[in-house]
Design a protein around this ligand. Sequence first.
Ligand SMILES: Cc1cc2nc3c(=O)[nH]c(=O)nc-3n(C[C@H](O)[C@H](O)[C@H](O)COP(=O)(O)OP(=O)(O)OC[C@H]3O[C@@H](n4cnc5c(N)ncnc54)[C@H](O)[C@@H]3O)c2cc1C
Length: 386
Amino acid sequence: MFDVIVVGAGPGGSIASKTCAEMGLDVLMVEKRQEIGVPVRCAEGISKDALERFVKPKRSFISREVVGAKIFAPDGTEIVLSEERAGNEVGYVLERKIFDRYLAKLASDAGAEVLVKTTAVSFEKKDDRVRVRLLRMGEEWDVETKIVIGADGVESRVAKFFGIDTTLKLNEVESCVQYLMTNIDFDPDYCHFWLGKSIAPGGYVWLFPKRIGANVGIGVMPSLAKKTPKEYLDDFVSKKFSDGKVVEFVAGAVPVCGEIETAVSDNVMLVGDAARHADPITGGGIANAMKAGYYAGIVAFEAVKRGDFSARFLRRYDKLWKDDFGRNLARKRRLQQKLIDMDDDTLNRIFHSIPRNIGELSVRAIVLEIFKRNPKLLWDVKDFIF
Ligand SMILES: Cc1cc2nc3c(=O)[nH]c(=O)nc-3n(C[C@H](O)[C@H](O)[C@H](O)COP(=O)(O)OP(=O)(O)OC[C@H]3O[C@@H](n4cnc5c(N)ncnc54)[C@H](O)[C@@H]3O)c2cc1C
């Protein structure tokens, strides 16, 4: 019998477990993989602020520090943004194989029980508790809990079991592939992004520098793509990094549907990708998963103290994540839909009109400048920016 069972030991699950355990709850975190953090399905970028809100950076899990982002229009026009202005994914490039384990260790040090190679296979409501069936190396057993925190990623089983609607349509997901590449030439102080319908319809190509080589990947929206994401990436790589060597391959999906109505049900809270907390424009989800894990932990503690695990009570968790970043997800989703409609020529023209001394300006000032020069172009998106 536990107070809380956390399903999934990604960043969301580990921060939730750590928060619950630090407040004295009995916590079990289960992870279906045999090694936490492997295989990595991530470009591993996170802003310094977002990371440092939860952990002190350590050399062991910081693969590289960058000073900003270089963003390329379809015709190759480049703009450079400083790290503080480049969003939630630029600042550190992590070594997630180590980072995810480090977070799980923090949870364990705080008192959470952590089981790897253990899958939560089914859930059954029993009075005001939940019976969770666990499977490990052919052996099945049941545990009971007051609260389930579903941190089980984009394919969340917890959401389905408890009837929380997180269904994704083809235009609400980015389909991604990524290579870890060596033998390529790039500026290691910057994360790089290439935009354009012909390069990555509904998404972008990225390059995130690592201690050795770089993560070079692509996200495309299946509803717009005419080829597989790997075919788009191979086209790009063959033109840009023809001598590059691929030493690792990753494929995965990122939810980009924006804010969902609720991430709770009786006895259950969803965090991170399970709750579709990733940024609809960038696809970044580590920062929000950690924030959501923290908020779910706080509300789990209050619920246990009160003995109230109803959805009505757990909606406090919805309020916390929505007030922090939920509305931003909704805004970004609307902006994403406008950007998707933009053709490559329009995007090029916007890039051409961005002032050269961009590093000295705030994002607001840059947008005002573009808007001044292209009132028609930006009329559509002004509501999301100002
Ligand atoms: C190619 C790619 C690149 C990305 N790049 C970035 C980036 O640069 N920056 C960024 O911020 N985000 C990035 N993301 C998104 C980021 O990886 C996710 O948003 C983040 O990992 C979400 O964390 P999470 O804790 O919610 O879930 P996850 O990290 O997905 O963890 C979920 C865990 O639950 C486990 N699990 C699932 N089901 C069960 C079960 N039934 N029982 C037990 N365990 C279970 C899984 O094995 C997994 O370990 C990228 C994603 C992809 C696919």
